[in-house]
Ligand binder design. Structure first.
Ligand SMILES: NC(=O)C1=CN([C@@H]2O[C@H](COP(=O)(O)OP(=O)(O)OC[C@H]3O[C@@H](n4cnc5c(N)ncnc54)[C@H](OP(=O)(O)O)[C@@H]3O)[C@@H](O)[C@H]2O)C=CC1
Ligand SMILES: O=C(O)[C@@H]1CCC=N1
Length: 274
């Protein structure tokens, strides 16, 4: 397949991030369609990225090689059942980014086992710094798997999981993950202010430190535990902070939080399959 024609059904936060990443990577905007309920919210997307937009989901998928389902999980059933006949006729590759909706459920709603890739991206896709987990059904050809991978590689790194449960774990790690780091940044910034820094100084120091730490963790041969050791002078300041985190059982809390995210992903798949 040359450059595929891609239709995003439900152009909200996540689709905006992926479309932005694709266009910045040089994907032809004429090959991209995006839909939403109202045209007003599509205008920004059209102005910023020059992609085709419509409020008519049928029009968007009429010639699409790839259909990206990017509405909220709660409305996915009505969207998919409405498009089922066209999907069966055109047989595009379907990429669903919805949290918690199993591929088999989508195939049931469509009424045919079409080729489905479940993808769990994250919002840093907007900066081509995303991380996506992918799972494919048996119907997905090698060529289609390549298309899905190439698409998502345009906005960050892409990793396949072998069973669908893996997508629940990916959701808990990288899908929801940016929010965990943002929460930590918010807390650090507030604590910096409480220590007497002005808001802007606390913000800049917090964000640059997050960037520096992430880059070091990615680029260094040292594991994060070793990088941490190198910051922590015996009897020094970092040791006091780390001990405070450990007394508060940070690791157990992180595990508990991510288990809750994964459980919710599984739970959604049961609730929303009905
Ligand atoms: N946000 C994130 O970090 C991530 C989200 N996801 C998944 O991505 C999906 C989208 O999430 P997100 O972008 O945050 O959600 P948004 O609500 O921002 O985007 C969904 C968009 O779809 C629109 N919409 C609703 N119904 C229809 C319809 N019938 N036809 C066309 N468009 C419609 C909504 O319009 P309106 O607002 O007017 O209802 C909204 O603009 C979800 O399934 C989520 O699970 C996956 C990974 C990360
Ligand atoms: O919170 C959610 O349900 C979605 C899925 C992962 C990130 N946002």
């Amino acid at each position: 397949m040359s450059t595929p024609s891609i239709a995003f059904i439900g152009a909200g936060n996540m689709a905006f991030s992926i479309i932005g990443g694709l266009i910045k990577q040089g994907v032809d905007p004429k090959k991209v369609w995006a839909t939403n309920i109202d045209q007003e919210s599509l205008n920004k997307l059209e102005q910023e990225f020059q992609v085709n937009t419509t409020t008519d989901n049928h029009q968007a998928i009429s010639e699409a090689d790839v259909v990206v389902l990017s509405v909220k999980p709660q409305v996915l059933k009505s969207v998919v059942t409405d498009l089922a006949e066209t999907l069966k006729q055109n047989n595009p590759l379907i990429i669903s980014i919805a949290a918690g909706i199993k591929a088999e459920t989508l195939q049931d709603w469509i009424g045919q086992p079409l080729a489905i890739v479940r993808c769990m991206p994250n919002t840093p896709a907007l900066l081509q710094c995303g991380a996506s987990g992918l799972y494919k059904t048996a119907e997905v050809t090698d060529e289609q798997a390549n298309v899905a991978e190439t698409l998502m590689n345009a906005v960050g790194i892409t990793l396949w999981v072998q069973n669908e449960q893996g997508i629940d774990a990916v959701t808990a790690v990288s899908g929801s993950g940016p929010a965990y780091y943002f929460l930590f940044m918010e807390a650090m910034q507030q604590a910096g202010e409480a220590l007497g820094l002005d808001a802007e100084t606390a913000k800049q120091l917090t964000l640059q430190t997050a960037l520096g730490a992430a880059r070091m963790a990615i680029e260094s041969d040292d594991a994060p535990s070793e990088l941490r050791r190198k910051v922590t002078s015996p009897g020094g300041t970092t040791e006091q902070a780390i001990q405070t985190f450990q007394k508060g059982n940070l690791e157990a809390l992180v595990k508990q939080a991510m288990q809750a995210a994964s459980d919710r992903s599984e739970e959604l798949s049961e609730i929303l399959a009905k």
